[in-house]
Each structure stands twice: as C-alpha cells, then as structure tokens.
Ligand binder design. Sequence first.
Ligand SMILES: NC(=O)c1ccc[n+]([C@@H]2O[C@H](COP(=O)([O-])OP(=O)(O)OC[C@H]3O[C@@H](n4cnc5c(N)ncnc54)[C@H](O)[C@@H]3O)[C@@H](O)[C@H]2O)c1
Ligand SMILES: O=C(O)C(=O)C[C@@H](O)[C@H](O)[C@H](O)COP(=O)(O)O
Ligand SMILES: [Zn+2]
Length: 367
Amino acid sequence: MPENTSQPAHSVHVDLGSRSYRVDVGRGLLKNLGAVANEKFGGRSTCAVITDSKVGPLYAATAVASLEAAGKKVCLITVPSGEASKSLIVAENVCSEMARAGLDRKSFAVALGGGVIGDLGGFCASIYQRGIPYIQVPTTVLSQVDSSVGGKTGVNLPDAKNMVGSFHQPAHVIADIDTLSSLPKREFNEGFAEIIKHACIRDAAMLPLIDEVIAGTGDLTELIRQNIAIKARVVEADEYETLGIRALLNFGHTLGHAIEADAGYGKLLHGEAISLGLRAAAVLSVKLSTLSEAGAQRIVDLLKGFELPVVLGEEVETDELLRIARMDKKFDQGRIRFVLLSTLGEAFVSKEVTEDDLRAAIAAIRS
Ligand SMILES: NC(=O)c1ccc[n+]([C@@H]2O[C@H](COP(=O)([O-])OP(=O)(O)OC[C@H]3O[C@@H](n4cnc5c(N)ncnc54)[C@H](O)[C@@H]3O)[C@@H](O)[C@H]2O)c1
Ligand SMILES: O=C(O)C(=O)C[C@@H](O)[C@H](O)[C@H](O)COP(=O)(O)O
Ligand SMILES: [Zn+2]
C-alpha cells in the first residue's frame, strides 16, 4: 500500500442517501486518516481526536501526525479506558475539552478506539454545538465489525446500557486490521460474540470461516469485511430500527445487556455478556421456535472456541436481571420483543416470549 493513499484493500459502502459513507478495511490504513479527513472535510481545519488511556499511547501519535500533515489543528482528548467512560459525566468532560480547545461548528471529531470510544465520541460529536461530523477509527474486533458502523451512539446510565444516545452516522470508517495486533487475548476474543451473532441472524454460510479463524487458519480481514457488510446491509434496510429489521442485531442483547449492567460495567466485556445472552437466546429459540438442539449446540461450541463465557454465575441475580431487562428499548407497551432464531442464519422478532420463559432461559445457562 503506498503512503498517504485513501484507497484500502477492501471497502464496504453504506448506502444511506445523504448520510452514506465508506468503510475502509485493510492493513496500514491509520496513516491515511489525514488524507481521508481532507477528502471528507476539506474545508474543516480543526478537530478533536477522542481516544482512551490504552489506545492513545499506541496509536494517537500516528493519527495526529497524519491529520497535522494534512493541515489539521488537532486537540487530543484521552479518557480512561473501559466501559465506565461511557457515561454522561465523561461526555460532558469531552465536550468541555472541545470547547476549551476552541472547536466550533466547522470542526470535526475522530473516535480512535474500541466500541466505548466509538459510542462516546460519536455521541459527543452528535451533541457538541448541536452536531459536528466525525470519523470512526475502530481498534477492536468488536468495534470494527459492529459498533463503528450504523450510527448508534450513546452512553450508559447506572441503571442500564445505552439509555442516552442518538443516531449520528459517521462520515467515514477506517478499520485498520493492524491495530488488532496489540489487543490482549480477552479483548480480541470478545469481538467474536458479535461475529457469531451476525452469522446466526443473517449468514450461516460464514460459519466455516469462523471455524477456520478458531483453528488459526482463517482470513481475519475477510471475516471482518464480511461482517461489516452484514451490518451495513441491515442498517441500510432499517436505519432507525423502526421496521423490525435492525432489531435483529439485538439477538442475544436483551439478557446480554442486563447481564453486563448487573455484573457492573467493565466486569464483563460487552462481547462476554453478549455470549451469555446468545446462549440464553439459543435456548429459547429451541423451546419456542424451530432451532434444533444441534443448532443451539453449534452456537455454544463457537462461543467456547473463543473462550467466551457460556455459564452465568450466581452473583448475577435473576430478579435483578429481569428488572434491568424490562428497561430494554425493545419493550413495547409492557411486552418484550425478543429476537429468536428459526434456524441458523434466520432470525425474527417474537412478542410471545414471557417473563417465565426468560426465567427458564436464565436458569438453563447457570450450568
Ligand atoms: N454502537 C453500536 O452499534 C455498538 C455495537 C456493539 C457494541 N457497542 C458498544 O461497544 C462497547 C464495547 O466495545 P469494545 O468491546 O471495543 O470495548 P472497549 O472500547 O472498552 O475496548 C476494550 C478494551 O481494549 C482496549 N483497546 C482497544 N483497542 C485496543 C488496541 N488496538 N490495542 C490494545 N488495547 C485496545 C480498550 O482500551 C479497552 O480496555 C460497549 O459499550 C458496547 O455497548 C456499540
Ligand atoms: O447496531 C445495532 O442496532 C445493534 O443492536 C448492535 C449491537 O451489537 C449493539 O450492542 C448496540 O449498541 C445495541 O443497541 P441498543 O439499541 O440495544 O442499545
Ligand atoms: Zn452488541
């Protein structure tokens, strides 16, 4: 790849009319950030790079140098790493830093990090001076295949996940596969929960490639590209989650989000909590739909292949999980809308799942 080019090995186009954008996927792309910024925001000369305390020391220098070489004045904002930074107070601090740096409505932002930074940075971009554009530079498997695409931004409340947020699509996404090499094993593996989710709801044909990655022989860049394409197609079909299509991306999340919040933010990584939620949703898909026992076992085996948790500890209490799950954004007039599988690769939203069914699923994943 030549220096200072914005042409990646692969790109996925997200077609959303005036909010369309490109997701570049490949190696060595971070140094293209400045060129991309000029391509997207030629007239904007000031920006904030929002990152965290683990990602900043590794990648902020390259990002800032690339932006400065492209003529941008950069304010680097670093928040503590981890889920606790997805909060209103940290969002306020980030916005205050942007104000103190003199950023205005002609500025733009860059979210450099995992899903926490993508959600937080995107949210700050969406509210700062009523909205400035931003570029996502995801540096985890999870954020490359899922959170950087689709425009869901936001922060948590102590009570439940993602309770305050906005839809604000990025202007561009740079998924540099090289950044994944510094991820610790646990943080690398958790992203595969969302990849397994994508295969379950949309593309069972992807399962052999996931098996190959578990075996150490698979093409990770290709797997990430395929997952970005799945996410892009779902978002294109239902950008604002009003048609029951985007809701399918919530497979495993009704209980997964409750488990993540109840365990205490940061105790379980998002993908780990979703792993438990996926197993529970698979159990319910066998009980209430047509997923085979073998299909559910296949999901559990894939999760175990990435050393993801599939057994829920006693410290996470059932009544508390149900209380948190009732705050799920998919609740509709007191009724849960729960994503089930009919088979591997096909999902639907059910309104027939009762609280007793949820209790039974929680009990089933305790051993
Ligand atoms: N907006 C969406 O559509 C969407 C989708 C899925 C998940 N999410 C959200 O994403 C968040 C989880 O994202 P995540 O799993 O990426 O967590 P994260 O951002 O907390 O990153 C995980 C850990 O890895 C570190 N890290 C990140 N990149 C690194 C790198 N290249 N090298 C070394 N360390 C690195 C981080 O500092 C952190 O400690 C959750 O808040 C979840 O709700 C949002
Ligand atoms: O993009 C989506 O839509 C998703 O549901 C992707 C999920 O993996 C992600 O965790 C998302 O943040 C959940 O959104 P929420 O609306 O349930 O808070
Ligand atoms: Zn998720």
